[in-house]
Design a binder for this molecule. Structure first.
Ligand SMILES: [Ca+2]
Ligand SMILES: [Ca+2]
Ligand SMILES: [Ca+2]
Ligand SMILES: [Ca+2]
Length: 254
C-alpha cells in the first residue's frame, strides 16, 4: 500500500494564509557565527566554475561543512541503494519531521564565500509524492562587513544588519530530480534591514554569503514531510529565465 493511500484526503485549512505568514517570519534565525575560518578551509573541493556546498560524500554532517539543525527536524545521512542514479554517488542528506503549524525545522551551514561570479543554485531533491513538503531556502549576505549575523534585539527571527533572501520550492514528485534556481529569483524578506541587494562578495571585508539554511515546511497536515537533498552547489548559468517575483510565495504550501 502506498503511503498516500494511508492518509486522509488533502484539504486546505482555515487561517492557512496567516499560518504561512507566521512560518515565514518566525524563528528561523537560528545561528550566530563569527569566525575567521575561510570558505577555502571549509569547502576545499571548490573551483572557479562552481562552488560546491556539500556532496555529503564524507558521510557526515559535522565537518566540511558543519550542518546545524533547529526545530523538530530529523536529519540523517542516507546510503543510496546500488540502483540509485550515479550522479548521487553514495550519500545524501534526508530531512523529515512532524510539523507544528506547518513548520518543522531546518538545517543550515556557514559559508563565508564570495559568490559574485555565480548566478544560480543547483541541487538534487528526492520527494516521496505529491505532498512531500516544501523547502524554504534562505541565504544571508553580509552587509555590514563583519562576517557575522547579529540577531535583531527586537525581532529574534531577523538579523540586525544583513539581508535575508528566500525562495520556496514545493516538492510534489516521487524520486530524484535536479532543481536549479536562479539567485535572482530569491526575494529579500527584510526590506528594512541590510541593503536589499544580493551582493555576496568579499569587497570591503564583507563575508559574502554568510550562511544558507534549508527549512522544511509541511504540505499537508496529515503527511509527515520527508525530503532528501544531495550535491548542493552554486553555479553559473549562461542564460537566466526570468520569472515574476513570487514573494512571499504562498502558493507553494497549498
Ligand atoms: Ca552524494
Ligand atoms: Ca554582518
Ligand atoms: Ca534586506
Ligand atoms: Ca546585501
Amino acid at each position: 500500500m502506498s503511503y498516500i493511500s494511508n492518509i486522509r484526503k488533502h484539504r486546505p485549512f482555515k487561517n492557512q494564509r496567516s499560518n504561512i505568514v507566521a512560518v515565514i517570519f518566525l524563528c528561523f534565525f537560528s545561528f550566530l557565527f563569527r569566525s575567521t575560518t575561510t570558505a577555502a578551509e571549509i569547502f576545499p573541493q571548490n573551483s572557479n566554475s562552481e562552488f560546491i556546498i556539500d556532496t555529503f560524500e564524507d558521510g557526515n554532517l559535522d565537518r566540511e561543512p558543519l550542518w546545524w539543525q533547529f526545530g523538530d527536524i530529523d536529519v540523517t545521512i542516507s546510503v543510496h541503494p546500488s540502483n540509485a542514479p550515479s550522479y548521487l554517488s553514495k550519500y545524501s542528506m534526508k530531512i523529515k519531521g512532524n510539523a507544528n503549524e506547518w513548520y518543522v525545522g531546518g538545517v543550515g551551514t556557514f559559508c563565508g564565500a564570495d559568490l559574485s561570479k555565480f548566478n544560480a543554485i543547483k541541487f538534487y531533491v528526492k520527494g516521496k509524492g505529491e505532498h512531500s513538503g516544501t523547502l524554504l531556502i534562505e541565504m544571508y549576505d553580509d552587509d555590514n562587513n563583519n562576517w557575522e549575523l547579529e540577531p535583531h534585539p527586537k525581532i529574534p527571527s531577523q538579523p540586525l544588519f544583513d539581508d535575508r533572501f528566500v525562495y520556496t520550492k514545493k516538492v510534489d514528485w516521487n524520486g530524484w530530480k535536479s532543481v536549479t534556481i536562479p539567485l535572482s529569483h530569491f526575494s529579500d524578506v527584510n526590506p528594512n534591514i541590510g541593503d536589499n541587494i544580493w551582493n555576496p562578495n568579499h569587497k570591503n571585508s564583507s563575508g559574502g554569503l554568510l550562511q544558507i539554511q534549508i527549512i522544511l515546511i509541511a504540505a499537508d497536515k496529515y503527511i509527515v514531510p520527508e525530503i532528501s537533498i544531495d550535491t548542493i552547489r552554486i553555479i553559473r548559468l549562461n542564460e537566466i529565465k526570468e520569472e515574476p517575483l513570487r514573494a512571499p510565495q504562498f502558493q507553494d504550501w497549498i
